[in-house]
Write a new protein. Sequence first.
Length: 409
Amino acid sequence: MVDGKRFAAKRLQKFKASEIRELLKLTEGKDIISLAGGLPDPQIFDVEDLAEIAREVILEKGDKALQYSPTLGVTTFREELREFTRSHGIKVKDTDDIIVTTGSQEALYLIGRVFIDPGDIVIVEEPTYLAALNVFRQYDANLIGIPIDHDGMRVDLLEEKLVELDAKGLRPKIVYSVPTAQNPSGVTMTNDRRKKLLKLAEEYDFLVVEDDPYSFFLFEEEKFDYLKTLDPNGRVLYVSTFSKIMAPGLRLGWVVADKSIIALLELAKQAVDLHTATLPQYIAEEALKRGVVRKTLGKAKKLYAKKRNAMLEALKDEMSDLATWIEPIGGFFTMVFLNDRSIDTSELLLKALERGVAYVPGKSFFVNPDKGKHSMRLNFSYPSEEQIREGVRRIAATVRAAMVEARAS
Ligand SMILES: Cc1ncc(COP(=O)(O)O)c(C=O)c1O
């Protein structure tokens, strides 16, 4: 048999399968409570309305909906998206400032493809979204992590880093942020920090990627402006997705940016997939027009708020003496930091799986994995409230057992 690897391009050496993903794969089909994933609860999928829309779209607009379509996205869908995005508080000048992507993951991939040369500096929050790190690594970015606290990215430390780089004649090309209800930590950046970040972008001449899947699920009143809305000179690329507000299986995302940037993304996308699948765009357009997305959001917000509360209560009951955590005002996740910093949560995962619970070890979310060794990300959007409580109880039991074992040895 031919060994495919023999023919692989050199760049493939950088494509590393995540060990954690491999480990979690083994748990599929087993009786394990998973607090690991980032899936929406399927209860929020509006199957009746979507089935009706899909049928109508195919029968009545099949000539267009089943056809090839423009790389930028179906124009009428982009017009609906423009209005939806505006109504959510994000500044969009016009329809041509939008490109539709195959999930927001493709948007991140295209951004990497268009802007990152090997060695270019990309600054990220630490911790940050794992799959964004993977994209930037595939493009050989020089990654720098800036810590977060309860108010989001430590923009003061970003400034220190920029001064330090500047002294060496270096500047970042991109600062990537998930400023609202962040994945993995759940924190939201304050408005002062948002303004400061954009001021620094002007001063040090870099682009800002605002990755925003979760601002639609805020459980508490929080006053802030989107980076894109605060952006005076078109430095911000706003990225969002239908994955959490409607259904990830549609694979629809979008970018709002200055036309000069959209044109570059369009150029790169032509070679990747010609265009995002046409049919889901027509379905999503109708779903926006008929208020299905708003309905789904209303349902999802209530459901996720209850689950977030269940998670916070369980943590308080089971882990107050073992860890600290961030209380998210929105999104799908919280991050737990163990008091005992000698525990490596990657090693602990095997024991947690034996006790029937899974989480994502914190290491994966850090540029420097050692910094995240004693942390873990917990998801509350997918498991039931009962599973959340039982899952946290099992994690607490696993941590306690590890501490006893460490003392004994
Ligand atoms: C911060 C962030 N960005 C991007 C994505 C990618 O989502 P999708 O490709 O489904 O739009 C996710 C998914 O969980 C995410 O959490």
